[in-house]
Ligand binder design. Structure first.
Ligand code: ZN
Ligand code: ZN
Length: 286
């Protein structure tokens, strides 16, 4: 029973290896399908997005690997695309090669007075600074803006997969900013899920928070996974790997949580279409 993973980075963005090395590892692990989703370029300076002049090379290299290994593993060409209204999103990407899929993610929430986009997942210090300087220290406002942006992305630029949909909790260590059981937060998440259900897109369960920061927590949190299951919203399991050894990191733990939440099946891009498969501790049941 093989695993699959569609959220992965390479040395074209902030991953540490060439794409081919991830494929060698994925084949060693017996994956059925592997999707590349390096951070798409944006039109301002960041430390982790792909540079504009690298995109064509990236697209060509993945397409080459796809052809080279087609009898051994299904490789899919994708990107993780930031959505910033009027500035970044799928509609802003200019290249001619067609993507097999893309992940839509919010990493930037508004900007500082000098115009610098606020990256909410860089460090606790930067988070604190944006919270104070852009939102006057009001965490609820930040969270609501984050979920509004997710909603706007789905409405205007619908991705195949929504990346780490509750990333805004990342620096909420010891409930420093809010409690997930607060009614306003629950209501806002539930409203977003309603939009996701209406628009028909896939939500990822992302294990990176679990294996990287050693927190017993996934994106999204268990109570949200339970709501996804109840609403029958499609779920894909992704590792957001930046290194070859992270390709299926945390998957066994995630399966335990998905089973507990009564998630019936996992979605996977197989034979060029998204389909739902039963799953267990060893992977999806083909
Ligand atoms: Zn991301
Ligand atoms: Zn990512």
């Amino acid at each position: 029973m093989p695993w699959i993973n569609y959220h992965s980075h390479t040395h074209y963005c902030d991953g540490n290896h060439a794409p081919g090395n991830y494929i060698l590892k994925a084949m060693e692990l017996g994956l059925k399908a592997y999707g590349f989703s390096s951070h798409a370029p944006v039109n301002f300076k960041t430390e982790w997005c792909m540079k504009n002049d690298k995109i064509q090379m990236y697209l060509d290299e993945i397409a080459g690997l796809k052809e080279k290994y087609k009898s051994e593993i299904e490789i899919y060409l994708g990107l993780e695309i930031d959505y910033i209204p009027g500035i970044a999103g799928r509609m802003k990407q200019l290249f001619d090669r067609k993507l097999d899929f893309f992940i839509g993610s919010i990493h930037f929430v508004d900007s500082f007075f000098d115009g610098t986009h606020w990256n909410i997942d860089t460090s606790a210090e930067l988070f604190e600074s944006g919270l104070k300087n852009i939102f006057g220290g009001d965490f609820r406002k930040v969270a609501e803006r984050f979920f509004d942006l997710n909603q706007q992305m789905i409405e205007e630029d619908k991705p195949d997969v929504i990346g780490h949909m509750d990333k805004i909790k990342m620096f909420n260590t010891n409930e420093r900013y809010f409690r997930q059981r607060d009614k306003w937060y629950k209501d806002r998440v539930e409203y977003l899920l309603q939009i996701i259900k209406e628009k028909g897109t896939i939500v990822e369960v992302n294990t990176r928070g679990f294996y990287r920061y050693n927190q017993l927590d996934l994106y999204p949190s268990q109570w949200i996974i339970e709501m996804l299951a109840k609403k029958d919203i499609p779920i894909v399991l992704n590792s957001d790997s930046h290194k070859p050894e992270e390709i299926i990191a945390g998957f066994e733990y995630a399966v335990e949580k998905l089973k507990k939440a009564r998630v019936k099946c996992l979605w996977a891009l197989i034979d060029n279409r998204w389909q739902c498969f039963e799953y267990n501790q060893q992977g999806i049941v083909l």
